[in-house]
Design a protein. Structure first.
Length: 539
C-alpha cells in the first residue's frame, strides 16, 4: 500500500511557473485606471481608497468613495433611466446582451488582465468568468423574450373571464457583489435584471471595482443606456446598507453573515432579495470511480481560483477501499501544481486575494496541524512567489473541533475523510448548515444521480466538481440552508427581477347573481358548474 504522507512530503514545495513578461503596471496602466474610476458615482474631490494587486503587492488603483448622498443620486439617475428602458420591447433590450456577448469574447484579454490584477487568480481561472458571463449573455439574450412574455391563464369562469399573467420589472435593483468573481458577480448577475427592464445600482467590492467598471463600459458600448447601471464604491458596512435601503429588489452575493444582515434590512422594507452565500462543499468519491479522472477533477474542484470560489470543494469523502490509491494520485497532482504571477496562461494556481484571506487560510491549516491533522500536500504560505500565495493543501485526520472541519475556509485547502458506506457519506456530506454545491464521482452515473437526489445542495455535479452545474445556465443555481435564498440562472434567475401581474377581464356576466337569478339559485348554478369543471378534467 502507498504511504501517502511519505509520497507527498517527499518532493517538497510547489514549483513556480515562468514569468509572463507582462506586468500589472503595463497591463493595467494608470490612464485606464483613471478612466474607469470616472465611472464611480462619487462627487468631485471625494475621499479615495487605494487597492493593490495581490499577485505582487504593487499599487493598483485609487478609487473614489461614494457617500450616502452619492448613493441617493445614483438611485435617482437609475430610476429616471429605468422608465424609458422598461418601455422598450424586450427584444430590443435582449439584443444588447447578444451584442455584449460578442464584444466580451472579442475583448476578453482586457477583462482577463483586470481580473488577474484585482484578484490575483491565474488566467485560466479568470477565464471561467468569461465563459460564465458569455453563456449568461447568450442565454438571456435569446430566452428573455419568451420568459417575459404575457401568458394566457385559465380565468375564474371559463369563457367569461379572460386572464393574462404579465411580468413587470421591479424597478431599480440594488446589487452587492464580493471580490472573488468580479465579472460574473457584477455584470453576469445584472444581465437578466436589465433584460427584464430594470436599472441596477451596483456596489462591487472596492478591491475589484475596476472589473465591474470595465464591464459597465462594455455593456454601454453594446447599447445599454449609460445611466441604467450605476456603480457606487465604498466600505461594505457603510455603503452596502445605503444600497439596500433604496432598492426595489436586492441581489446580494457574499458571506452568510452579511447576507443575514442584508436580508433583515430588505425584510423590514418588504422588498425581495436573492442571497447567494457561502458553502462548505463536499465531493464524494465512490468505490467505482475512475480514480485518475477523480484526482484531476478534485484538483479543479478544490483549487480553482485558489479555492476562493463559492462552489469550491473543501470536504472530500473517499470510499475506504480506494482512498489510498485516490489520495496518492490527488496528492501527486496537487504537489505538481505550478504557482505563478504571470498575466498569461500557464500557471495552475494564482494568489489569494488579500492579507485577510491569507490570515484565515494560514490559521485554519496551522490550527489543524497543531491539533493532529496531517498535511498530504502543500500546507504553507509562499511569500517567495508573491505576498499572499498559499500552496494548494490537502489535510488528512481533520476532526470536528478544528475550524477547518466546518467553517468555510475560502482558500486552497481541502480535508479528506474516509467512508465505508454511502449512507455514511451522504449523512456526513449533509451534516453542515450550508447547502450550496456537491460533487459525486462514479462510473455508474445513474447511481450517481440517485445519490445526488439525497444531497441537500442547490447544485450537484456528477463526475465534475462545479463547472457542469454552474455552466448549465438554463438551470437554476443557488443554495439551500445557510447558503442562501433564491436562484441565479434559468427562468428563476430572471423572474426574480420581476413582479407578476395578473390582468383579468370579466365579460358577458359578473361573478355575482345576474340574469334574474336570486342568490340561492346563483350559488346552486355555480356549485353545479364547479362539479362539471372537475368532472371535465378542467385545471
Ligand atoms: P462579504 O459578505 O464580506 O462581502 C460581500 C459584499 O458585501 C461586499 O461588496 C461588501 O463590501 C458588502 N458588505 C459588507 N458588509 C455589508 C453590509 N453590512 N451591508 C451590505 N453590504 C455589505 O463577503 P466576501 O468576503 O467579499 O465574499 C466571500 C463570500 O462570498 C464567501 O462566503 C463566498 O462563499 C461567498 N460567495 C458566494 C457566492 C454564491 O454564488 N453563493 C459567490 C461568490 C461568493
Amino acid at each position: 500500500m502507498t504511504d501517502i504522507t511519505a509520497v507527498s512530503r517527499g518532493s517538497g514545495r510547489n514549483p513556480v511557473a515562468p514569468g509572463a513578461g507582462r506586468t500589472v503596471a503595463s497591463a493595467v496602466p494608470r490612464s485606464l485606471v483613471a478612466r474607469l474610476a470616472r465611472g464611480v458615482n462619487a462627487a468631485a474631490g471625494a475621499e479615495t481608497v487605494r487597492t493593490i494587486a495581490p499577485l505582487t503587492g504593487e499599487p493598483l488603483a485609487e478609487l473614489p468613495q461614494s457617500t450616502p448622498a452619492d448613493v441617493e443620486r445614483a438611485y435617482r439617475l437609475a430610476r429616471q433611466a429605468q422608465r424609458d428602458w422598461a418601455a422598450q420591447p424586450v427584444r430590443r433590450r435582449a439584443a444588447v446582451l447578444l451584442r455584449f456577448h460578442d464584444l466580451l469574447l472579442r475583448r476578453q484579454d482586457e477583462a482577463l488582465d483586470l481580473i488577474q490584477a484585482e484578484t490575483g487568480k491565474s488566467r485560466l481561472h479568470a477565464f471561467d468568468e468569461i465563459l460564465s458571463v458569455a453563456m449568461a449573455a447568450r442565454y438571456y439574450g435569446r430566452r428573455a423574450p419568451g420568459q417575459l412574455r404575457d401568458h394566457r391563464r385559465n380565468g375564474a369562469l371559463p369563457v367569461l373571464t379572460h386572464t393574462v399573467e404579465a411580468r413587470r420589472p421591479k424597478g431599480v435593483v440594488g446589487q452587492i457583489s464580493p471580490w472573488n468573481f468580479p465579472l460574473e458577480l457584477s455584470v453576469g448577475d445584472a444581465l437578466p435584471a436589465f433584460a427584464a427592464g430594470n436599472a441596477v445600482v451596483n456596489k462591487p467590492d472596492t478591491q475589484t471595482a475596476l472589473t465591474a467598471l470595465w464591464a459597465r463600459e462594455l455593456l454601454v458600448e453594446a447599447g445599454l443606456p449609460a445611466e441604467l447601471w450605476q456603480v457606487v464604491v465604498g466600505d461594505g458596512p457603510v455603503v452596502g446598507p445605503e444600497v439596500v435601503e433604496r432598492a426595489d429588489y436586492v441581489s446580494f452575493t457574499g458571506s452568510t453573515r452579511t447576507g443575514r444582515e442584508v436580508a433583515q434590512r430588505a425584510a423590514a422594507r418588504l422588498v425581495g432579495a436573492s442571497l447567494e452565500l457561502g458553502g462548505k462543499n463536499a465531493m464524494l468519491v465512490l468505490s467505482d470511480a475512475d480514480l485518475d479522472q477523480a484526482a484531476a477533477g478534485a484538483v479543479r474542484a478544490c483549487f480553482s481560483s485558489a479555492g476562493q470560489l463559492c462552489v469550491s470543494v473543501e470536504r472530500l469523502f473517499v470510499h475506504r477501499s480506494v482512498a489510498d490509491a485516490f489520495l496518492a494520485r490527488f496528492a501527486e497532482r496537487t504537489r505538481a501544481m505550478r504557482l505563478g504571477t504571470g498575466l498569461a496562461y500557464g500557471a495552475d494556481m494564482g494568489s489569494l486575494a488579500s492579507a485577510g484571506q491569507l490570515e484565515v487560510v494560514t490559521r485554519h491549516v496551522e490550527e489543524a496541524v497543531k491539533a493532529g491533522a496531517t498535511v498530504l500536500a502543500g500546507g504553507q504560505a509562499r511569500p517567495d512567489v508573491g505576498p499572499f500565495f498559499f500552496e494548494p493543501t490537502i489535510l488528512d485526520g481533520v476532526t470536528p473541533e478544528m475550524a477547518v472541519c466546518a467553517e468555510e475556509t475560502f482558500g486552497p485547502v481541502v480535508s479528506v475523510y474516509r467512508f465505508d458506506t454511502e449512507e455514511e457519506a451522504v449523512a456526513a456530506a449533509n451534516s453542515t448548515p450550508y447547502g450550496l454545491n456537491s460533487s459525486v464521482w462514479t462510473r455508474n452515473t445513474r447511481h450517481g444521480a440517485r445519490l445526488a437526489a439525497r444531497l441537500r445542495t442547490g447544485t450537484v455535479n456528477i463526475n465534475e466538481g462545479y463547472a457542469a452545474a454552474y455552466g448549465s445556465v438554463a438551470s437554476p443555481m443557488g443554495g439551500m440552508g445557510d447558503s442562501g435564498l433564491g436562484r441565479r440562472h434559468g427562468t428563476e434567475g430572471i423572474l426574480r427581477y420581476t413582479e407578476a401581474q395578473t390582468i383579468a377581464t370579466q365579460r358577458i356576466m359578473p361573478i355575482r347573481p345576474a340574469f334574474g337569478l336570486d342568490e340561492q339559485a346563483f350559488a346552486a348554478v355555480l356549485t353545479g358548474g364547479l362539479r362539471a369543471l372537475k368532472a371535465m378534467g378542467f385545471k
